[in-house]
Design a protein around this ligand. Structure first.
Ligand code: ADP
Length: 255
């Protein structure tokens, strides 16, 4: 799905959270949104997901305006512990993703098994979330997003609550899923390295209220790999560029 963002803005009360933003995200593209804390990244994602009404402007998915949670869009949040129901098995947690659509039972089972295989957890369907590690729970949350067969995947700091090794594994998992499902991805992160490593483009937002400071094309070769990609001189250049835009200078700190 193509996402068109037209002069989209949002205020909370009389405080502006997002200044007008315009951007176009192509079918199958992977765009990361970075910016300082409080600049409106999560607000932007909630607007894209139709979970918040826009103040001004609009979002279109394949040219259809968003005016509520649209079919074909899944969201993965940071806090997997709160997004999975602890009293339901993994299978039943995943089945919830298709409640609105009500696929036939065999179709639902097929989608659940495929999603669990895709995230590397084929044998966990009968277990409860609390029997899994944090990284595994976030994989289940991602699998649940896949069960709805999304054409757009919106992710809000999805790797922020796990350790560094798990984070790298989950990043590579998302790159694989993008290939496997051909889905358009928008990822909100405050991690500059992560944005450059994963995305085709990085939208850098200004301090609050956010506006687009830079729409940077990440011209790094595919397939990406943690060691190979991050060792490229171009990776270092791009991350330095994003850092420069995101960071405010601190007195006495080296540039
Ligand atoms: P980010 O994700 O970049 O950290 P947010 O989108 O969460 O930024 O928040 C942007 C600004 O809007 C912040 O100042 C935040 O405090 C404020 N804000 C976020 N959600 C609400 C809300 N529901 N009500 C009032 N203010 C909010």
């Amino acid at each position: 799905m193509e996402i068109t963002i037209e002069r989209l803005a949002k205020r909370y009360g009389d405080r502006p959270a997002l200044d007008p933003i315009s951007a176009r995200i192509g079918q199958g593209e992977f765009v990361a949104v970075v910016g300082p804390s409080g600049c409106g990244k999560s607000t932007l994602l909630m607007l894209l997901a139709g979970l918040l009404p826009a103040g001004e402007g609009r979002v279109l998915l394949d040219e259809v305006p968003v005016d509520g949670p649209p079919a074909g869009v899944s969201v993965v949040f940071q806090d997997y512990a709160r997004s999975l129901f602890p009293w339901l098995t993994v299978r039943r947690n995943l089945a919830l993703a298709a409640v609105a659509e009500r696929p036939a039972r065999a179709e639902l089972e097929h989608r659940i098994d495929r999603a669990l295989r895709s995230v590397g957890l084929p044998d966990t369907a009968a277990r409860f979330p609390w029997q899994l590690s944090g990284g595994q729970q976030q994989r289940v949350a991602i699998a649940r997003a896949l069960v709805a067969e999304p054409r757009v995947l919106l992710m809000d700091e999805p790797f922020a609550a796990v350790d560094a090794q798990t984070r790298a594994d989950l990043q590579d998992l998302v790159l694989r899923l993008r290939e496997e499902y051909g889905v358009t991805i928008v990822l909100v992160t405050h991690d500059v390295d992560e944005s450059v490593y994963l995305a085709d483009r990085v939208l850098v937002l200004s301090p609050a209220p956010g506006r687009v400071l830079r729409d940077l094309v990440v011209d790094l070769p595919a397939p990406r790999g943690q060691l190979v990609t991050k060792a490229l001189p171009r990776f270092a250049e791009l991350r330095a560029e994003v850092f420069r835009l995101v960071m405010r200078p601190v007195d006495g700190a080296a540039p």
